[in-house]
Every structure is written in C-alpha cells, then in structure tokens.
Design a protein around this ligand. Structure first.
Ligand SMILES: Cc1cc2nc3c(=O)[nH]c(=O)nc-3n(C[C@H](O)[C@H](O)[C@H](O)COP(=O)(O)OP(=O)(O)OC[C@H]3O[C@@H](n4cnc5c(N)ncnc54)[C@H](O)[C@@H]3O)c2cc1C
Length: 208
C-alpha cells in the first residue's frame, strides 16, 4: 500500500467523521501512529495499522465502526491492548476504546464503566468507596477485554471472575444499533459476551 493511499484513508476518516467526532484519526504516516504499538504481550515486531481511530465516547465508537464497515476495511477493537494473541492489533484499522474510560458508582453500588478503564484505576477508585472488583494482577489491563475473557486474580477463589459480575452491557451490532443486554433483556447475548459466565444465575450481589 502506498503512502498516498495511507494518507487517503486517514483523511477520509477525518472528513467522514467530521467535527462532531471527539476522538482522533491517526494515519500510518504520522508520528503518533506509534501509539498503535502499546500492545503489552505482543509478538515482535508489531504490525502497524493503516489507521488508528482513538475514540473518546460511545458515540465515537459507533461512528468509527460505521466508517470501517462502510469502507469495507479490516479492523480490530482494542481497549487495554493486553491480548496475548494480539487480536486487538489486527487489520487495517484499530478502533481504540482506551479513551472511553469513565467510571461511576450508581444506584445499588452498581459500577458503570467504559471499556478503557484500567483495572488498577478501577480498584483505586472503588477502594475509596469501600468497594472492590475481582480483577487480575496487572493494573494496565483494561476492563474492556478483562470483562469479556474472565478476569481472574488473587481474589478469584472467593470472589470469582470479573465476568461473573457483569450484569449489563452495551453491545454494538453490525447494523450500528446499540443493544443494552442484561438479565431481563437480550440475556443470551450477555451470557455469550461474558464467556458463558455463570454470573447471570447468581446476579444477586448478596449471593457472592
Ligand atoms: C501482562 C498481562 C497480565 C495479565 N494478567 C491477567 C490476570 O491476572 N488475570 C486475568 O484474568 N487476565 C490477565 N491477563 C489477560 C487479560 O486479562 C486479557 O488479555 C484481556 O482480554 C485484556 O484486555 P485488554 O482490554 O487490556 O486487551 P485488548 O487487547 O485491548 O483486548 C482483548 C480482547 O478483547 C477485545 N476487546 C477489547 N475491547 C473490546 C471492546 N470494547 N468491545 C469488544 N471487544 C473488545 C479485543 O479485540 C481482544 O480480542 C493479562 C494479560 C497481560 C498481557
């Protein structure tokens, strides 16, 4: 692929996403493309994507996804970049969710977190509220990937996996719709994305 083509993809993304997009589009020929190589468990050397789309809001993620879908380019989704198999660094475009990293403690001590929240930051915030979550040993792993594949750590024997605790999720479908899945709505999808976790059967926090 030529430099002209590479620049064209980034320029195209900026044009299509427009000013209402609050994230960044970084082409392969730009210095900041080095941000694409934050993978922590990768084979070396890492391939660089043609384009990194760094999202800051859920709406950014939807729009970035629609861009890559409509362009027909290959892409991967990344939160903390700790996938041992490098699955978050594949294809022409990386959709980076690291900047979608707000964390709130809501009603009934429910934790509402973006995929980019680092597990170490989550624990530091929750401890201030006398709460915690079962996460792994590496503070730089993000909840985006950790909540999908398990999340096993020092408290695992008594507290189970992080995915056991996921009670709801916003899932972006291929047609651009976001489904909220939870125990009473699209429960099968929630069960599937949390690695068939038994959490739904034990969703009463008191049962943990
Ligand atoms: C140094 C190190 C230590 C680790 N320690 C532990 C541990 O103690 N316990 C444990 O359970 N695991 C541990 N892991 C494994 C880690 O939890 C998983 O690899 C986890 O999936 C990483 O999540 P991430 O968001 O940081 O990584 P990413 O590479 O960003 O994502 C991992 C996978 O999830 C997908 N994904 C990411 N974000 C999204 C999203 N928003 N929507 C849909 N799919 C998404 C990616 O495409 C990829 O397939 C460790 C990994 C490393 C590298």
């Amino acid at each position: 692929m030529t430099g002209i083509h590479r620049s064209a993809l980034a320029a195209d993304a900026r044009r299509v996403l427009g000013r209402s997009f609050s994230g960044r589009c970084i082409g392969r020929d730009e210095d900041d493309i080095a941000l694409a190589n934050k993978q922590h468990a990768a084979t070396w050397p890492l391939p660089l994507p043609e384009l990194l789309i760094a999202c800051r809001t859920q709406q950014d993620i939807v729009r970035a996804f629609e861009f890559v879908r409509d362009k027909g380019v290959s892409f991967s989704v990344r939160s903390g970049g700790h996938c041992f198999a490098d699955l978050s660094n594949r294809g022409e475009v990386i959709l980076d969710c690291a900047g979608v990293n707000s964390l709130e403690i809501g009603e009934g001590r429910q934790v509402v977190a973006g995929p980019g929240v680092l597990s170490g930051d989550a624990i530091a915030t929750l401890l201030n509220a006398n709460m915690t979550l079962p996460v792994g040993g590496c503070p730089l792993v993000a909840l985006g990937g950790l909540s999908l594949v398990g999340g096993f750590g020092l408290t695992g024997r008594s507290q189970g996996l992080l995915s056991d605790r996921v009670s709801a999720a916003h899932v972006l479908l291929a047609d651009g719709r976001i489904l909220e899945c939870r125990a009473d709505r699209h429960a099968d999808l929630l069960w599937a994305i949390t690695g068939a976790s038994p959490g739904l059967r034990h969703r009463d926090p008191a049962s943990f």
